[in-house]
Design a binder for this molecule. Structure first.
Ligand code: NZQ
Ligand code: ZN
Length: 395
């Protein structure tokens, strides 16, 4: 078995009404003046923002508000946050929202604590050495940013989406109240569940058995089954607390390395998807559903047994020991069938409402290859031509 690491330093406060503790927690983590960062209208409409502000005031903390984060958060908003943060002398950033708001907060925190243009760090020109403290009140179970080391930002010019993972990006604390997700539209619930599942799938598809651990595989398989079961329940009854709670905790566990060390993971679907949501502004989880099946059929021959294991252990498909590849393919079809069942697209034209043109395919692949300077994926290494092929097959 290969060596691995585990680092998950975020304090989690889980359950009903826990957002009332936010002021006291910010104070405990050393805040004096907080930048409260949020998205469009959902946190205002639900009254959450007012409750958060009341809790900060009750703890004797000053705060300034900055809303307007859009899904697939933009660099221009990050610059606005850095400028406001410096002007107002803030020393703590509180994200109230989903993955986009948390990621925008992490980028502002980097910009506050590191010299120069924050984009240079996302563009791999410089290395992050510090961050201002960030915490979150999560309103959407999906990205896992509440306990991950990552943030993903889109540069407005050229719509270039780039992720950055560092040990400085972990939230100090994350408040997870499943009730806050009751108001999610069905599409966002399904997209979030897909993202949660793909965070585990990216880690599950190892082509080197030395990297697999039986306990980790079992956790991953149970998490996938649990998300599928509870996603169906939450779509039928959006205010089912237990279903929302299961999904929310799976979101966090799926991306904090409990279901596998991220450095062993494949991540090709994420890289392919980030270019799609960067270019077309679509929901990240839906984009993952649109490419996952095509990716899986493109690569499964590298280690069909791994895909057959998913088919048997997650979907209960009987193993055909004379034809492992047939079992693997049935598992891929079952996963796609689930995505369609919850209203997710399993091809790109259903995702964006049109077929990709050849020019778009080439642009997406070129950006995804970091202008032809990298391959993606570990299960099977994919070069520029492979990326074009997958976009073409999924279009
Ligand atoms: O802006 P508001 O009005 O809040 O509406 C949001 C937004 O339109 C809405 N929403 C969120 N909570 C709600 C709600 N609507 C009603 N009730 C609520 N309780 O949902 C929409 C989507 O929100 P967003 O934050 O964009 O979704 P998500 O959490 O899926 O985040 C997606 C972003 O995270 C990145 C993605 O690439 C994408 O940019 N990722 C970040 C990761 C990380 N940092 O570790 C890993 C992921 O793989 C992912 O790449
Ligand atoms: Zn994701």
């Amino acid at each position: 078995m290969d060596n691995f690491g585990f680092h998950a330093p975020t304090q989690v406060i889980f359950g009903k009404g826990t957002e009332a503790q936010v002021g006291a927690l910010c104070k405990e983590y050393g805040a004096h003046k907080v930048l409260v960062h949020f998205g469009g209208s959902s946190a205002k409409k639900s009254g959450l923002l007012d409750r958060v502000c009341a809790s900060l005031t009750a703890a004797g903390l000053e705060y300034v508000l900055l809303g307007g984060v859009v899904p697939n958060p933009l660099l221009s908003k990050v610059y606005e946050g850095i400028e406001l943060g410096k002007k107002e002398g803030i020393d703590f950033i509180l994200a109230v929202g989903g993955g986009s708001v948390i990621d925008s907060s992490k980028a502002i925190a980097y910009g506050m604590a590191n010299e120069g243009d924050v984009w240079d760090y996302y563009a791999r020109k410089k290395t992050i050495t510090a961050s201002m403290p960030v915490a979150s009140v999560l309103t959407m179970a999906a990205a896992g940013s509440e306990m991950s080391n990552a943030s993903v930002i889109t540069k407005d010019e050229g719509m270039l989406k780039r992720g950055l993972s560092t040990k400085y990006a972990y939230c100090k604390f994350s408040i997870l109240n499943p009730e806050l997700t009751y108001t999610l539209p069905a599409y966002q619930t399904a997209s979030g569940c897909t993202d949660i599942m793909v965070h585990t799938l990216e880690r599950y598809f190892l082509n080197n058995d030395c990297k697999a651990l039986a306990i980790t595989d079992s956790i991953a398989e149970q998490l996938l089954k649990n998300v599928m079961r509870n996603c169906r329940v939450a779509l039928k009854n959006p205010t089912d607390y237990d279903a929302r709670a299961e999904i929310m905790w799976c979101s966090t566990l799926s991306h904090n390395d409990t279901t596998g060390d991220r450095s062993f993971g494949d991540w090709a679907c994420h890289q392919l998807e980030h270019e799609l949501s960067g270019m077309f502004g679509i929901a990240h989880g839906a984009g993952l559903a649109a490419v996952w099946g095509t990716w899986a059929r493109y690569v499964y021959k590298e280690n069909p047994a791994r895909f057959a294991k998913l088919a048997v252990n997650v979907f209960g498909i009987p193993c055909n020991y004379d034809d492992i590849e047939a079992t693997a393919l049935k598992g891929i079809a079952a996963m796609e069938s689930f995505f369609r069942h919850i209203g997710m697209p399993t091809d790109i034209h259903t995702l964006i409402g049109k077929e990709l043109s050849e020019t778009e395919i080439k642009e997406l692949a070129y950006k995804c290859s970091f202008m032809q300077t990298r391959t993606i994926g570990q299960f099977k290494k994919l070069n520029l031509e492979d990326m074009e092929n997958i976009y073409r097959l999924a279009k």
